[in-house]
Ligand binder design. Structure first.
Ligand SMILES: *[C@@H]1O[C@H](CO)[C@@H](O)[C@H](O)[C@H]1NC(C)=O
Ligand SMILES: *[C@@H]1O[C@H](CO)[C@@H](O)[C@H](O)[C@H]1NC(C)=O
Ligand SMILES: *[C@@H]1O[C@H](CO)[C@@H](O)[C@H](O)[C@H]1NC(C)=O
Ligand SMILES: *[C@@H]1O[C@H](CO)[C@@H](O)[C@H](O)[C@H]1NC(C)=O
Ligand SMILES: *[C@@H]1O[C@H](CO)[C@@H](O)[C@H](O)[C@H]1NC(C)=O
Length: 219
């Protein structure tokens, strides 16, 4: 079959399978709102029904901060606070995971002029000793997200922010989602995200727009 046929098949499939996002099972999810205070706060971000908690149990270093009020309305709550790392070249989160299993790891970043310097940061992310990605913030109110699909071999995973220049690394949220062993099978290495298509539960309009977009790309 041609790619287009595959896509149409997928499209039909996405529409016919009954989905239950509302009763989403968050077992094994780790959803950290970095820099959230007080440290024992948890809440549900109700646009996505995900329960976030403070990152305090996962890291000893860094300072807590908050994006300027002017920017909060355009972002989900987990992006309002952040943790920044003015000290040290490398600062790491320690996360307990299930050894030999696959995770989607996602870092999200909104600068929001939290430090009042109006200076856009850039820095690196590492998983353990290996470089994962470089983050370059392109605007004060830009949202950036970096994702990787990674097989963890041990029960402990380190996600590190590494200073690469004069600006201070920071992170707004860090999320881990366990994936079935059989998904995204690769011979070696990790996968980075190229694109994600979300077929909405409620609005067929979004799916239709996505379809038209793909058709326009293909044809
Ligand atoms: C979140 O959960 C509530 C209650 O279960 C539900 O009514 C609502 O539609 C859900 N929202 C989303 C975006 O899934
Ligand atoms: C959070 O901690 C504060 C003080 O440390 C305490 O008074 C409060 O009851 C705690 N809240 C929860 C939900 O555990
Ligand atoms: C991770 O596991 C260690 C050792 O079992 C435990 O001491 C620590 O509290 C755990 N950390 C978190 C954040 O659950
Ligand atoms: C990021 O910010 C720059 C400068 O403010 C803007 O031109 C650009 O469109 C933004 N990019 C995204 C993806 O929002
Ligand atoms: C996934 O596969 C690995 C190796 O093939 C195995 O050790 C592990 O137990 C599997 N994990 C799950 C959750 O099935």
């Amino acid at each position: 079959m041609r790619f287009l046929d595959w896509f149409l098949l997928l499209f039909i499939f996405a529409f016919t399978i009954p989905r239950s996002v509302e009763a989403q099972n968050q077992a094994g999810f780790i959803s950290l709102d970095c820099g959230l205070v007080p440290e024992n706060t948890t809440y549900v971000e109700n646009t996505i029904n995900i329960t976030y908690k403070s990152d305090a149990d996962y890291i000893d270093s860094g300072s807590v901060g908050k994006i300027k009020d002017a920017y909060t309305t355009q972002f989900q709550r987990q992006l309002w606070s952040l943790r920044s790392f003015p000290d040290g070249k490398r600062n790491c989160y320690n996360v307990n995971v299930t050894a030999n299993s696959k995770y989607l790891i996602r870092g999200s970043f909104v600068y929001g002029n939290y430090d009042g310097l109006n200076q856009l940061p850039s820095f690196d992310l590492h998983i353990g000793p290996n470089k994962w990605s470089s983050v370059t913030i392109e605007g004060v109110a830009n949202f950036s997200m970096t994702e990787i699909i990674h097989v963890v071999t041990q029960e402990r995973l380190q996600v590190c922010l590494v200073k690469t220049g004069p600006t201070t690394p920071f992170i707004s949220s860090l999320e881990l989602r366990p994936l079935p062993n059989q998904s995204y099978v690769t011979e070696t290495g990790s996968l980075t995200r190229f694109a994600r298509v979300f077929f909405s539960t409620s609005s067929s309009v979004i799916s239709l727009i996505v379809l038209l977009f793909f058709l326009a790309k293909i044809c």
